[in-house]
Write a protein that binds this ligand. Structure first.
Ligand code: DGL
Length: 280
């Protein structure tokens, strides 16, 4: 029997933090990861552009016969999730609802901070999702655009990262949030520094775990899970030279990432054939 895989996408390496949790929760599943590195970053772009990019990637992945799509990018989840859900019959999971759910569950004081890209924060998607779940929770937000290039560069625990985190997070710390949502899939790569700056009393919420749980529930509910004795294969597609992606991926996964292909999205039907193949 041919089992279908799970498609996952982000603007770059950030979604790998979600993929890692999905692999941990569902090791039997095949996955296809798409990092749109040529058009990265998404966080500074307009909703129309992000909707267009997201549809192009969804078309590419759906041609590879996936059974579920994970939008492992907060910016794309905030701007394009509804439009994708209207177009496809397959289940589509974003990262904002799972992160918001977790924040509402873990906060004790009802003061929740949310950090993300400019696009995600401007969309108000987290505030809306959290308020829908519990209108009493106070949500304080802050865009932290420089965290994304720091994560892509692998500068996650040096002085530059520490100074940047201090500058961005001081205000939220002074406001006394007890929970901080890492509302960008790149940010968990800087978790160490963020937690150092926020201090022990603040719980960091990384939506990756909750997203993986949601994916497992949906697949189980639809009887689409592969038998648990199986072991999944993992493929990666990027739209620009894969060297940086491979370096960060290897660091995150503590070893070899697997096969990474460079593709063009110009024609989703053909993209991938004749792909440049790089061993990681
Ligand atoms: N990782 C993406 C997110 O979760 C955005 C990074 C970017 O492309 O700006 O929002």
């Amino acid at each position: 029997m041919a089992w279908k895989g799970i498609g996952i996408f982000d603007s770059g390496v950030g979604g790998l933090t979600v993929l890692k949790e999905i692999m941990k929760t569902l090791p039997q599943e095949d996955t296809i990861y798409f990092g749109d590195s040529a058009r990265f970053p998404y966080g500074t772009k307009s909703p129309d552009t992000i909707v267009r990019y997201s549809h192009e990637i969804a078309a590419f992945l759906s041609h590879r016969d996936i059974k579920l799509l994970v939008v492992a990018c907060n910016t794309a989840s905030a701007m394009a999730l509804e439009s994708l859900k209207q177009q496809y019959d397959m289940p589509i999971v974003g990262v904002i609802e799972p992160g918001a759910r977790r924040a509402v569950t873990v906060t004790r004081t009802g003061r929740v901070g949310v950090i993300g890209t400019e696009g995600t924060i401007r969309s108000g998607a987290y505030t809306k999702a959290i308020k829908r779940m519990n209108p009493e929770v106070e949500v304080l937000t802050r865009a932290c655009p420089l965290f994304v290039p720091l994560a892509e560069e692998g500068w996650v625990d040096n002085d530059v990262a520490r100074l940047t985190a201090n500058r961005y997070l001081q205000g939220l710390k002074e406001e006394g949030v007890d929970t901080l949502v890492l509302g960008c899939t790149h940010y968990p790569l800087l978790k160490g520094i963020i937690s150092e700056v926020m201090g022990e009393g603040v719980t960091l919420v990384d939506s990756a775990e909750e997203t993986a749980r949601t994916v497992a529930e949906i697949l189980r509910g639809r009887a689409l899970l592969r038998p648990s004795a199986e072991r999944g294969n993992h493929h990666y597609f990027v739209t620009d030279v894969p060297a940086g992606f491979i370096r960060i991926g290897n660091r995150l996964f503590g070893g070899k990432l697997g096969d990474v292909f460079q593709v063009s999205l110009d024609d989703p039907e053909l993209a991938g054939r004749g792909a440049v193949h790089e061993e990681s």
